[in-house]
Design a protein around this ligand. Structure first.
Ligand SMILES: Cc1cc2nc3c(=O)[nH]c(=O)nc-3n(C[C@H](O)[C@H](O)[C@H](O)COP(=O)(O)OP(=O)(O)OC[C@H]3O[C@@H](n4cnc5c(N)ncnc54)[C@H](O)[C@@H]3O)c2cc1C
Length: 124
């Protein structure tokens, strides 16, 4: 028996990752079954791959996730602001987003450079 999606790793309500990570869980699990059969070893291999990946996202969102920019703005402009550009630089915004994308596995280079989790089958 194993778990996937919210049952395995309930996410904090930030970062938009609950559904996407559930889909990744399902794809990885399907791939393990495809290559290793429906076996205990396949379940273990799935768990070994997905547990650290999803735990990293939960931990990021508990502390230093993408919403940290909200804390920064509140700290720098406690009385409000007229233009967000006066409070936060574009580079700060981009760096925060880039770090989170890397943790969540959705950075563009990472996605483009890794093979498909379930490669298309060859028509014979
Ligand atoms: C307001 C809100 C906004 C969200 N926004 C995003 C977002 O922008 N991006 C994102 O990636 N994620 C988002 N999420 C998270 C996402 O919806 C969940 O992470 C995702 O749905 C989890 O999928 P799941 O299949 O694990 O669980 P679920 O979608 O909860 O599916 C579980 C299913 O099991 C059924 N079930 C329960 N008990 C039993 C039983 N005993 N027998 C049979 N069936 C049962 C339930 O009815 C349900 O259909 C959001 C969630 C909320 C609430």
């Amino acid at each position: 028996m194993t778990l996937l999606g919210d049952a395995a790793h309930p996410m904090y309500p930030v970062g938009s990752n609950g559904a996407t990570q559930a889909i990744l869980d399902a794809r990885v699990l399907a791939r393990k079954f495809q290559t290793m059969g429906v076996t205990a070893a396949a379940l273990q291999a799935y768990d070994t791959q997905r547990r650290p990946a999803t735990a990293a996202i939960v931990l990021a969102n508990r502390g230093d996730g993408p919403d940290k920019v909200l804390d920064l703005v509140a700290k720098r402009a406690p009385d409000g602001f007229a233009r967000i550009e006066d409070v936060l630089t574009k580079v700060e915004l981009e760096n925060t987003a880039a770090a989170y994308k890397k943790t969540a596995g959705m950075d563009i280079d990472g996605l483009n450079n890794r093979p498909s989790i379930i490669p298309p089958s060859n028509p014979s």
